[in-house]
Design a protein around this ligand. Structure first.
Ligand SMILES: CC(C)(COP(=O)(O)OP(=O)(O)OC[C@H]1O[C@@H](n2cnc3c(N)ncnc32)[C@H](O)[C@@H]1OP(=O)(O)O)[C@@H](O)C(=O)NCCC(=O)NCCS
Length: 154
């Protein structure tokens, strides 16, 4: 299985992203571990698609299946962007995550300029995520309580 392409998220991804976000294996890895009701998600997703400071990319496999979503939240005042990655549960454990992350970073568009620093906050026990971010060129920069922080330049 390989990643065929990366494209911007659009309204057709609403329900897939909701399902991936609410997956019982994924939820404990987020800051907000609660199940997200569909209406709350629908509003958030719709706002996100129109938010110029948020970019969301979907990876598509060579068989056409959606691999997952990579999201960047840009903070212009700090010239940083926080990165979030969630795979389709059906596509996990296939070694696709770091490639999705790298390809999404390579696809980033304005206003994220070349001096933007990327960072991610990951639960210590989230071994696949830690390995994924390291493989995509991130380095651990600090840690606090249950979380480790990773950073990378563009
Ligand atoms: C984190 C996540 C994106 C990783 O994707 P994945 O498909 O599970 O992981 P991959 O198959 O790409 O493997 C990534 C690395 O973790 C390792 N790994 C995968 N599953 C593992 C497991 N259960 N235990 C230990 N290591 C594991 C792989 O061997 C690989 O390491 P390597 O490159 O050194 O060989 C995915 O599990 C996910 O969506 N989790 C829920 C959301 C989340 O935690 N997001 C991260 C916070 S932003």
């Amino acid at each position: 299985m390989r990643i065929h392409k990366i494209r911007r998220a659009n309204a057709t991804d609403l329900d897939d992203v909701h399902r991936w976000r609410n997956d019982p294996m994924a939820r404990p890895m987020y800051l907000n571990t609660a199940e997200i009701p569909r209406e709350i998600h629908r509003q958030w997703f719709s706002d996100s698609l129109h938010n110029p400071l948020r970019q969301m990319y979907i990876g598509i496999a060579d068989d056409g299946r959606k691999i997952g979503i990579c999201r960047f939240d840009y903070l212009p005042a700090e010239t940083t962007a926080e990165v979030f990655l969630t795979l389709n549960p059906e596509m996990r454990g296939m070694g696709l995550s770091s490639e999705l992350l790298r390809m999404s970073i390579d696809t980033l568009s304005e206003p994220l300029g070349p001096d933007t620093r990327l960072w991610a906050k990951i639960r210590k026990q989230n071994v696949p995520s830690v390995r994924c971010f390291l493989a995509a060129g991130f380095q651990q920069c600090s840690h606090k309580e249950d979380w480790v922080f990773f950073t990378r330049s563009l």
